[in-house]
Design a protein around this ligand. Structure first.
Ligand SMILES: *Cc1c(COP(=O)(O)O)cnc(C)c1O
Length: 343
């Protein structure tokens, strides 16, 4: 029996229908001029998010880092939540590649509020870096897939703009936030100057992210993409997978959310396990393992041996992520395995 792979929503494989769409995509040289399938994807996503323009890139790391690079200059600082992807999982590329400083602020249950940000904009003098931008991650990965509600993001953007800051959203899982909350991706994006979304997470495409924003901003991002080595030629083959995902795999994210809830409810009932942040908002479940049961690494190994793959997320914490390649039957089986390891 193949293992039930809950390590990440990036482990999904393109379905036969998605591969078919990729195989038959019209293509062109997207660096010399344009690739028609890439253009179709960029138009579709900019329309969905309510922005003027969009650009396709190989990864969410690149869309995030190019957003920072274009919005900011060396010696600028941006504000972000302590657990965010941009700060923790991108090798500090903003410092290595763009000369930027990050100021991390710890939110309540990993989410920032306006009150957390008061007083963080530095005075304009020659001793200080210049506070330039606020970055919000929706949903928040290390925050167990928690959603920033529309109300909260509006307040944060309102605060940032009135403080003269630019706003960027790392929306790698923005579609999960939209499906779970009923707020559209367009509403969520409206007040942000730029937004990054990933097609290779819950949407199930093999590769790719888009960065969206104003025409002038995207023109600069295109230059930076070439600089970072992200100019790709007949890349419509990949964009076709992303287009297929947008057409077929958004609404079904609700299934992944229901599956995450089943796992979380099981964990709640197991002695020695405790949810990090209550029941999940979306498709990520993070839980603590009591020392009596061992470490996260040893408990994870027991899970693996029983056929469930997970990710140790800290010395005593483990992450499950649900996705379109795991069905309900496998989730129920995983629940059974978790129960058997804790009773
Ligand atoms: C996955 C992810 C990214 C981008 O990751 P890549 O692997 O570079 O595509 C950015 N932000 C968050 C929150 C993510 O989960």
């Amino acid at each position: 029996m193949p293992p039930i792979d809950l390590r990440s929503d990036t482990v999904t494989k393109p379905s036969p229908a998605m591969r078919e769409a990729m195989l038959s995509a019209p293509v062109g040289d997207d660096v010399i001029d344009v690739d028609p399938t890439v253009v179709a994807l960029q138009e579709r996503i900019s329309h969905m998010l309510g922005k003027e323009s969009a650009i396709f890139m190989p990864s969410g790391t690149m869309t995030n880092q190019i957003a920072l690079r274009v919005h900011c200059s060396p010696g600028d600082e941006f504000l972000c939540e302590t657990g965010c992807h941009i700060y923790n999982y991108e090798q500090g590329a903003f410092a290595q590649l763009s000369g930027l400083v990050a100021r991390t602020i710890t939110g309540d249950k990993a989410l920032l509020d306006v009150a957390d940000l008061e007083g963080t904009v530095r005075p304009d003098n020659e001793h200080s870096v210049r506070t330039k931008l606020l970055c919000i991650e929706n949903t928040h990965n290390r925050g167990a897939g928690k959603i920033y509600t529309l109300e909260r993001t509006l307040a944060l953007c309102g605060w940032a703009h009135s403080a003269g800051l630019i706003t960027h959203m790392d929306g790698a899982r923005l579609f999960n936030a939209a499906v779970a909350s009923g707020t559209s991706v367009r509403e969520f994006s409206e007040r942000f100057d730029s937004v990054s979304v990933c097609f290779s997470k819950g949407l199930g495409a093999p590769v790719g992210s888009c960065l969206v924003g104003s025409k002038a901003f995207i023109a600069k991002a295109r230059r930076a993409r070439k600089l970072f080595g992200g100019g790709m030629r007949q890349v419509g083959i990949l964009a076709a997978g992303a287009l297929y995902a947008l057409e077929h795999n958004i609404d079904r994210l609700a299934v992944d959310h229901a599956h995450a809830r089943l796992l979380a409810e099981t964990i709640q009932q197991c002695k020695g396990l405790r949810l990090a942040d209550g029941l999940p908002d979306t498709n990520i479940v993070i839980f603590h393992v009591d020392k009596e049961l061992g470490t996260a690494a040893s408990f994870n190994e027991s899970l693996n041996k029983s056929g469930v793959l997970a990710m140790a997320f800290g010395p005593q914490s483990i992450r499950f992520v649900t996705h379109l390649d795991v069905d309900r039957e496998q989730i129920l089986q995983a629940c059974q395995i978790i129960r058997s390891l804790t009773s």
